[in-house]
Design a protein around this ligand. Structure first.
Ligand code: 4AD
Ligand code: MG
Length: 455
């Protein structure tokens, strides 16, 4: 007799025989002679049907009170199911009620709103949808490491507490000790200077690329932008590869390959969970993912994209004009209406991009790129980095930044500088794209957004 997970039983070719299974009751139906319990242990979407004969010893104490939400242990024989919809069922010979769940268990019925599910983020992984989303999240984290490790990239842990604002946007959370009063008076800076939660590991990542050639980071990042959209969180995870001896072209190619690789991996390894998302979240999901896996992506320069948007005849809420950032509605027009596939926009005006991006020969644009996908817009932002010392120093001054604060970063251009490039993939944006889930709060276990930090 062995303890098995539900997934091992449901996927086995022949009966595993006599087993012990532990999990939570999803539903129970009672007839005169039997109870049917749907048992889920989170190992897969499917439930194991348990048949408990009313003559079982302990039936009154263990099976009768084993309501939705209760945890139980069942021992018995796996037999071919008589009923529809499942191959195997568990004929119980012993049922133990581990933890009962009273009738106020919040996940009684199906069809709760996503808003309600957010209010019970501690219980929502026990639902079909959130179980699927968080298994996919786990698999994608694994596949990201696999993608880079297969290509010889070194995983670097960049700091979470930092003194530099990588994006120069001033959207950082300040790190202070509990002795806040003193801090406000400027008397007690724990680190001797102001520090913040990182918005990006890029700058530190670049130092490692300029030593180990190909590196990536994968960690939490924080932004104090007051964006109340379905695509912004205050805490999110980013994957940031950095490649030495690489230009913008190679950078765009790596980003495209990575997105395709991850979509393919999900289609192969998360088939059951994606099928659920396709049925209950977004009916076009599987078709779209297969399309993304199989077809080449588009690329267009920022300048050409602006011309295309101006000529589109569409009315947009935000203006389209050379020199302005592309808004989500513009990005979505490009990927959903015009190209109908993932699209990389490159060479943006230097005025709307950070200091570290490499100036192009036209003097107006920088070697930046954003990878946009249908339904979401930007999921990747990256660039070739300015490797020329004099140009980098000029950029810092032009953007009103103090070069001495970036001394160590500038050193990379003083000592053996090399062309290099990288990008940041927003992990949650990727997950929204892969699952079809429309709100970033629903692909993060415990989301942090302006005004909410529950759990
Ligand atoms: O475009 P961003 O700001 O680029 C950087 O931070 C660069 N330092 C990356 C690099 O070149 N190494 O952010 C990268 C990605 C975005 O494309 C988006 O997917 C995600 O991070 N992102 C967010 N995701 C969720 N919530 C937010 N508030 C996000 N801000 C950015
Ligand atoms: Mg960006």
């Amino acid at each position: 007799m062995s303890r098995l997970r539900v997934v091992e039983i449901l996927r086995s070719e022949s009966s595993p025989g006599h087993v012990v299974v532990k999990g939570w009751v999803r539903t129970k139906r009672d007839s005169k002679a039997f109870s049917f319990l749907e048992l889920n242990d989170g190992s897969c979407l499917g439930n194991l049907q348990v048949v408990a004969d009313a003559t079982l010893p302990g039936y009154e104490e263990a099976v009768v009170p084993a309501r939705t939400g209760a945890s139980i242990e069942v021992e018995g024989e796996i037999v071919a199911s008589q009923g529809q919809g499942q191959r195997w069922e568990l004929q119980a010979s012993r049922v133990v009620l581990i933890g009962p769940a009273p009738e106020d268990y919040p996940l009684q019925k199906k069809g709760h709103t996503m808003e309600f599910m957010r209010s019970i983020a501690h219980l929502r992984p026990r639902s079909n949808l959130f179980g699927a989303v968080f298994r996919i999240r786990s698999r994608m984290a694994y596949a990201i490491h696999q993608f880079f490790q297969e290509r010889g990239f070194v995983y670097v842990h960049t700091p979470i507490i930092t003194a530099s604002d990588c994006e120069g946007a001033g959207e950082m959370f300040r790190v202070v000790t509990m002795e806040g009063e003193k801090v406000r008076a400027g008397a007690d800076e724990f680190f001797g200077k102001p520090t913040y939660l990182t918005v990006s590991g890029q700058l530190e990542g670049e130092t490692f690329a300029c030593a180990l050639s190909n590196i990536y980071t994968f960690g939490p990042t924080f932004r104090a932008e007051n964006s109340h959209t379905s695509r912004h969180a205050a805490e999110f995870w980013m994957i940031e590869p950095e490649i030495a001896f690489c230009d913008l072209e190679g950078d765009m190619t790596l980003a495209e390959e990575m997105v395709k690789y991850l979509v393919d991996d999900a289609l192969v390894h998360c088939a059951e969970d994606l099928d659920f998302c396709n049925r209950f979240v977004d009916k076009g999901l599987l078709e779209r993912l297969e399309f993304v896996r199989d077809r080449a992506f588009e690329r267009i320069s920022y300048t050409a994209a602006v011309e295309l948007l101006l000529a589109s005849g569409q009315t947009f809420e935000y203006p389209v004009q050379y020199g302005l950032a592309l808004q989500s509605e513009h990005e979505r027009y490009l990927t959903e209406q015009h190209f109908r596939c993932p699209t990389t926009v490159y060479n943006y005006p230097k005025e709307i991009k950070p200091f570290y991006m490499r100036r192009n020969d036209d003097g107006k644009t920088v070697a930046a790129m954003d990878l946009l996908v249908p339904g979401i817009g930007e999921i990747v932002g990256g660039s070739q980095r300015e490797e020329r010392l004099d140009v980098l120093l000029a950029n810092l001054c032009e953007q009103g930044l103090d070069p001495s604060a970036y001394d160590w970063y500038v050193d990379l251009r003083r000592y053996g500088t090399v062309p290099h490039a990288g990008f940041g993939l927003g992990f949650e944006r990727l997950l929204m794209f892969i699952t079809g889930v429309g709100n970033i709060r629903d692909v993060i276990p415990f989301p942090r957004t302006p005004g909410t930090a529950e759990f």
